[in-house]
Structures are given as C-alpha cells and as structure tokens.
Ligand binder design. Structure first.
Ligand code: SAM
Ligand code: F3S
Length: 422
C-alpha cells in the first residue's frame, strides 16, 4: 500500500488546502499515515507570515533530508506561501532533495505529478470544514507578505461554493467556515457583484447544514448588510474575527490599515448592538517599527476596554519585499517580547472572566471528536468545550452545562442522557 503524510502550519486557508490535498490523494488511492517515515508521499504545507513560521518550515525540511536519502523513491512536495517565483531558485539550491514545489493552494499540480495509484480510499470528513471562498488579497498592509505570496483577490462563483458545501454536507459535514484573507470583500470581482451576505443567505438554504461561520473580516468591508445577515440567519454563528492590528492611529496609518481606532470601535459597538451575545476575536501586532510605549499602550487600552473573547498577539517580524521592511526594525526582541507578554496576560484574565460568566449555563455544543477520553466541541460563539460521556456524540449537538471555565477552554457535563437519535 502507498501512504501519504501531510504537515500543515499557518492560516485556515492552509488547513483548507491540506484537506483538499488529502481528499485528492485518497481519490488517487493513497492511504493516510500519521508518520512521515512510513509515507511514500510527504507534503509540507507552509507559512511564512513571520520569520518564526518560516524557520519552523526550514527545520521540518532539514529533518526530512535523512529520510529522503534513505528512501530516494518517496515524493517530497512543498506547497504554500514559502513557494513563490522569487524564492523558487534559492529554495531549489538549499533543498535539492525536494521533488516538487507548489505555490499556495496548487493541489492540482500535486495530483498531476503523482497520478493514480490504486482504488480510491474513502475519506473521513470532519464535522466542521473550511471552505475557501476568496483567495489572495488586494489590501496593502505594509507588514504583510501573504498578499505578495497569494496574489490578487479572486472570489469563487457562488454556484461553485454552494456545490462544495452541499457535497461536504452529503458526506457528513455539519458546520462550514467560509474562509478568505478578507472574507468580507467576497464577490466584488464576480459578475453581478454578489456580497458575502448574499452568499451566507444561499449557504443557509443548504439542508442538513447546521452551522455557518466565516473569517477573517477586514473592518473596512464589514457592511451593515453583513452584520444584518449574521443577526438574522439562524445558522450563521454569532462569532466575528475582526483584526484591529493596533490601537493607535499613527501606527494604523503606517500599517496601511485605512481606518482609525475610533472607526473600529464604532464598528464594534454596531456589531454588539445588533448581535446580542456576539463573540469577537481580533489580531494585534506589537513592536511595529517605531512603536513607542505610548502607542503600545493604545493597543493595551483597546483590549482592556473592548474585552475581546480571543486575541491573537504577534510580535512584529520584518518580511522581505514588504514596505515595512524598509523601516528600521528598531525594537529589541526583549522589548517586543515584554509587550507581547503584557497583552497575553491581560487577555488571559479577560477571557477567563468572560468564560466564567458562563458557569452553570447550558450551551449547545457541536461535537467534533473524542480527545483524551473526553468529547470536544464548540459553542456557537466558537468556545472550546470538553465533556465526558460513553455514548457516541461525534457530529451531534450536545447540551452541556458548564462546570469549569478557563481562558482557553471550558469543561462541563451533559444535560441530556443520550445523543439525539442515538
Ligand atoms: N487578512 C487578515 C487581516 O484582515 O488582517 C489577516 C491575515 S495575516 C496572514 C494573519 C495575521 O498575522 C495578521 O492579522 C497579523 O496580525 C499577523 N501578521 C501578518 N504579518 C505580520 C508580520 N510581519 N509580523 C507579525 N505579525 C504579522
Ligand atoms: Fe495581509 Fe492585510 Fe491582506 S494582513 S492578507 S495584506 S488584509
């Protein structure tokens, strides 16, 4: 039997691409294995958003060298944001043992290279799946390499997205997350210019689908119509990922984000006013070139005052060929780390307080899998919940009463004796 192994880091788009690659490989007759050493095809799906991610990729690539030397017949393929026309030659020189370099999302190239191996192997679909709806990015965030590597924005026609969602639902998927670098700019490049709100309305009609999410949203594209769609469509979960990046207008300007702190905060107020119980996630960067203590405090303040459910904090990392890379990266690593830690600590306290307010409540959990003897699932607001039970709850909606709440997850017990229909 021939086996494949996929290693993925980075954003949800990469997760979606890896799922598509796995599906295709099984269609070609390959079996999955959790160990690279046992595989005949090894695919690394890479991310270079920060130097740390890029270094991890190099580490993984180097660690595979002995395997490829021992078994030269295996196929080693590298996909994702590491691979670009401008890096391709240098990569080939540094890692001559890689057989195939594929730009982001280029699953087709892998399929063509490998060809059919045997009878299709049935694919186990997840309970919750990512569906790419718009690829690339047309924004000019000055720190960001992703837009350079993933190219111009392209929306997938509504019909194509709907077909994929229907197909997934037929195969047991119950929740879809529509993904794009700027998912809320969906549609402007399509005939008739449908919006993300229109797409949500259509996806909502798919029978058998229980929940719909979307990410990541850019504040400048979050229209009233979209907020209204989230508020009024019952399957669309009340959770919005809306990166702010910084809490200071000068930094936002230098980042090329094209909104002010007060515009962002008005948007949050509008969302909260229209969608009761909404959970909000954001991304911030600390240590952008020239960020003063005062400017950093602006970011601290917005987290303190807006009380997000989740905050992804990143230390600024200069990226080749981005406009910000021409500015001096003048904050010492220790100072970036101090700022990052201060925000992490603040956010851990806030998230714990928010989650503890849910103690004693019974929440609807869509159960994804069993992990370490417990069932793992998510609330509509995207919070992780674990609970014990001997019945099979995978892919079911479980009413769970929350008994313990920490900043990153919650624990509870079932408020129903058996799964519906089980
Ligand atoms: N499209 C999304 C948006 O609206 O901003 C985010 C895309 S980006 C791939 C994911 C996150 O990585 C960003 O939100 C940002 O916080 C972080 N990031 C991007 N470039 C970075 C850099 N050079 N240094 C540190 N963090 C960075
Ligand atoms: Fe990057 Fe900004 Fe687009 S963070 S992916 S250029 S919205």
């Amino acid at each position: 039997m021939t086996h494949y192994y996929i290693w993925t880091i980075g954003c949800q788009m990469n997760d979606a691409d890896s799922r598509r690659a796995a599906e295709e490989l099984q269609r070609l007759g390959y079996l999955p294995t959790p160990r690279a050493e046992e595989a005949d095809v090894v695919l690394l799906n890479t991310c270079v958003v920060r130097q740390k991610a890029e270094d991890k990729v190099y580490g993984r690539l180097s660690s595979l060298k002995p395997l490829k030397e021992r078994r030269p017949e295996i196929t080693l393929a590298v996909m994702g944001c590491l691979v670009a026309p401008e890096t391709r030659r240098d990569l080939g020189r540094r890692f001559p043992y890689v057989d195939l370099w594929l730009p982001p999302s280029e699953v087709k190239g892998l399929v063509e290279f490998l060809g059919k191996r045997g009878e299709p192997v049935p694919f186990t679909y997840p309970v919750s799946a990512y569906v790419p709806v718009v690829t690339g990015c047309d924004q000019y965030c000055t720190y960001c390499i992703v837009r350079l590597r993933r190219g111009r924005e392209r929306s997938r026609p509504m019909k194509e997205v709907l077909e994929e969602v229907r197909c997934l639902v037929e195969r047991g998927v119950q929740e879809v997350t529509l993904v794009g670098q700027i998912v809320d700019s969906y549609g402007h490049d399509l005939p008739g210019q449908p919006t993300l709100a229109d797409l949500l309305g259509e996806v909502h009609e798919v029978e058998g689908l229980w929940r719909i999410r979307f990410l990541t949203s850019h504040p400048n594209f979050m229209t009233d119509g979209l907020v209204e769609a989230v508020a009024s469509l019952p399957k669309v979960c009340e959770h919005i990922e809306l990166p702010v990046q910084a809490g200071d207008d000068r930094i936002l300007k230098r980042m090329g984000r094209r909104y002010t702190v007060s515009q962002y905060r008005s948007l949050l107020a509008k969302i909260r006013g229209r969608i009761p119980g909404v959970s909000l996630a954001t991304d911030v960067i600390v240590g952008f070139p020239g960020e003063t203590e005062e400017e950093f405090k602006g970011t601290y303040r917005i987290l303190e005052e807006e009380r997000f459910d989740v905050v992804h904090v990143a230390a600024y990392s200069p990226r080749p060929a981005t406009p910000a890379a021409r500015l001096p990266d003048d904050l010492p690593p220790e100072e970036k780390e101090r700022r990052r830690r201060a925000l992490e600590k603040l956010q851990a306290n806030i998230a714990e307080e928010i989650n503890q307010a849910l103690l004693g409540e019974t929440l609807e959990i869509l159960v994804e899998e069993r992990r370490k003897g417990k069932w793992k699932g998510r609330t509509r607001t995207n919070k992780l919940v674990f609970f014990p039970d001997d019945n099979d709850w995978r892919g079911k909606l479980a009413p769970v009463q929350i008994t313990w709440a920490g900043p990153w997850s919650m624990q509870g017990h079932l408020n129903a004796p058996t799964p519906p229909g089980g």
